[in-house]
Design a protein. Structure first.
Length: 148
């Protein structure tokens, strides 16, 4: 067993709280990298981050395109910049997370607090519903927990 195997968490649990596009994008980067390295991952979207998983807008654009970025750009501008530099786009990362078996959970309290439609989430992403208790029960005692 290598030193990395001895110190790596057996699971990664990420609380995605921020509603900023670049922070949510990076949570997807971490989740995709961890699951690709054989570490199970749960993404727990709550409060403003939950908006990223709403169903597409009336014009067909993904709901995450409405999110703000920490540097003042629009989410589309930042995502286009990432793609131009060979960095995975939001859709590519989310698709990879789903394909690789990342558990995507949306906090029921966050949905209620923001007045979101609980049935208005993306149909292409298997979303587990639950609250903080469900998320904590899903986490591992020897895993790592991050707050984004």
């Amino acid at each position: 067993m290598s030193a990395a195997e001895k110190t790596s968490p057996d699971k990664l649990s990420i609380v995605v709280f921020s509603g900023e596009f670049d922070r949510i994008h990076y949570a997807l980067v971490m989740a995709a990298a961890a699951v690709a390295s054989n570490t199970p991952v749960t993404l727990f979207f709550t409060m403003w981050a939950g908006r990223a998983l709403e169903a597409p807008l009336a014009d067909g654009r993904p709901a995450w395109t409405r999110l703000k970025c920490s540097d003042g750009r629009t989410a589309m501008e930042m995502d286009d910049g990432f793609k131009a530099r060979g960095i995975g786009s939001f859709e590519d990362l989310l698709e990879a997370c789903v394909a690789l078996g990342v558990t995507v959970m949306v906090c029921e309290m966050g949905v209620k607090a923001l007045g979101m439609d609980p049935d208005g989430l993306r149909p292409d992403v298997p979303i587990a519903r639950g609250g903080v208790v469900t998320f904590l029960a899903d986490a591992s005692r020897t895993g790592a927990m991050l707050f984004v």
